[in-house]
Write a protein that binds this ligand. Structure first.
Ligand SMILES: [Mn+2]
Length: 473
């Protein structure tokens, strides 16, 4: 089933025993960040957290870890809570094939019930803000979906973008925003600034769980996130028109902020504890001016903890990173079997492929690095044979340990693009990249002596079934 808003998803989590309500009074700092940090250490079935008794806030409602386990990710996708990781990735791939599904425009969005403008625009009065990690430079909105249009083609629905970018609260109507240059919003902003204009944006908070997944999925520039949300939900995405900017926003958002990225203006933003497990320092970033706030009555504030993996963000963007890479590679190389890019947002990716001829696996590794996501991530690509499951790490380690001869299997590419947040890049944003060819050489590549692999016995499949049945008794 498809959820039209965050509330119905939280209710579903509750019914599945995947929502923990913390009713005792807690401090906004450090309790909220520490609890969300802690729940990410509880393993693959961890629940979401819901707080409504926070010192200093009269009526805060805060949801954390909503996507932060394989159980929650499955429920978000409308799948049984005990679906395996592989089942979830396979189902994601299957639904992706339904793209595009046109959205459904609805009237009377619930966030239109309360609107603030002029001097009433005050983020601190609407959002129960708190810091996540003790070195963060300020309050962050880290689970928002930001909508913008191409200033040179504003009527093109497909070029309208919905993406998640970190936002630092800098004043009652002011945010700092980090648009990574590889992402679509940076293209929009670049065009606006060349025209000497501000870039209108709508920042939507507290969205249905699939919208949040899609906002973190690296689609092509002209692929509509709303049309992908429809495919992944299995139902048209409900959207509504934001009154000030005219942007298309999710119908069910808890909070919608309308304003502009101010053209040609930069200020220090950061530091912030990132998905890399390291703080980013302070950097010159864009400035957003908020001109209008809309919110549901009794809005729920949603945030996510991130830090040393695994945390909520790794579940949220895991399949959402693997599947576009798989689909983009598969379109050109049908030999590609599977992609696991779940480690640190795909800074390391594992690709399994058949080989057409010697050297082919290296070409697949290089192509991975030039996909839209690969340009900013995919610093290391491990390529394995078609009979190695990239999601089975012991098998991947077997391939690395036996199929790799460093003399001939490493392709080290100097001074490639990577996102600045990669703590190893030098200067920030520039790094060598490495393809590790952990496949079996095929002709004319005749290195090594791999002619006698040990395969599972033909009767093993029969015995697996037999033993499983005996163990159940
Ligand atoms: Mn886009």
């Amino acid at each position: 089933m498809a959820y039209d808003d965050l509330r119905s998803y939280l209710q579903a989590l509750d019914e599945e025993g995947q929502l923990l309500r913390i009713t005792e009074e807690v401090a906004p700092e450090p309790d909220l960040g520490a609890a969300a940090n802690a729940v990410s250490r509880l393993g693959e079935g961890a629940p979401a957290l819901y707080f409504d008794n926070v010192t200093g806030f009269t009526d805060a409602r805060i949801a954390l870890n909503a996507h932060g386990s394989w159980s929650n990710h499955a429920i978000a996708m409308g799948m049984p809570a005990d679906s395996t990781t592989k089942e979830q990735v396979d189902e994601f791939i299957r639904r992706w094939e339904d793209f595009p599904v046109a959205p459904e425009r609805r009237e009377n969005p619930p966030w239109a019930d309360n609107s603030l403008e002029g001097d009433d625009v005050d983020l601190f009065r609407v959002l129960p803000l708190f810091r996540l990690n003790d070195g963060d430079g300020g309050f962050y909105l880290d689970k928002a979906a930001v909508v913008s249009r191409d200033p040179e083609d504003p009527d093109n629905f497909d070029k309208q973008n919905v993406g998640t970018y970190r936002l630092e609260v800098k004043g009652r109507n002011k945010l700092g925003m980090q648009p990574v240059p590889m992402h679509d919003i940076a293209l929009h902003l670049g065009k606006a600034e060349q025209r000497g204009e501000d870039l209108p944006v709508a920042i939507t908070l507290g969205n249905d769980p699939v919208m949040t997944v899609v906002a973190g999925t690296p689609l092509g520039y002209e692929q509509s996130e709303y049309e992908m949300a429809g495919a992944l939900r299995g139902a048209p995405a409900p959207i509504a028109t934001a009154p000030l900017t005219g942007l298309d926003v999710p119908w069910g958002s808890e909070v919608v902020l309308e304003g502009v990225i101010e053209g040609r203006k930069r200020e220090i933003e950061g530091p912030f504890g990132e998905f890399t497990g390291h703080y980013s320092g302070g950097r010159n970033m864009t400035v957003v001016r908020i001109d209008r706030i809309h919110h549901r009555t009794d809005p729920i504030f949603e945030s996510l903890y991130l830090g040393m993996p695994w945390t909520e963000i790794d579940y949220l963007i895991g399949p959402a990173t693997c599947v576009p890479l798989y689909q983009q590679l598969k379109a050109e190389f049908p030999e590609v079997q599977a992609v696991n890019a779940m480690y640190t947002h795909g800074l390391l990716a594992i690709v399994s492929t058949k080989k057409r001829y010697g050297g082919f696996a290296k070409a697949v590794g290089l192509r991975t690095m030039t996909t839209p996501h690969g340009l900013g991530y995919c610093k290391m690509v491990i390529v394995v044979d078609e009979d190695v499951d990239p999601f089975n790490l012991p098998q991947v380690m077997w391939a690395l340990s036996t199929k790799v001869n460093p003399d001939g299997d490493l392709v080290n590419l100097p001074n490639m693009s990577v996102l600045e947040l990669d703590p190893g890049s030098q200067p920030p944003g520039i790094s060598n990249k490495l393809v590790i060819d952990a496949t079996t050489p095929v002709a004319p590549d005749a290195r090594g002596h791999y002619s006698q692999p040990v395969r599972d016995l033909p009767e093993t499949a029969h015995w697996i079934g037999k033993l499983q049945q005996m163990m159940r008794k």
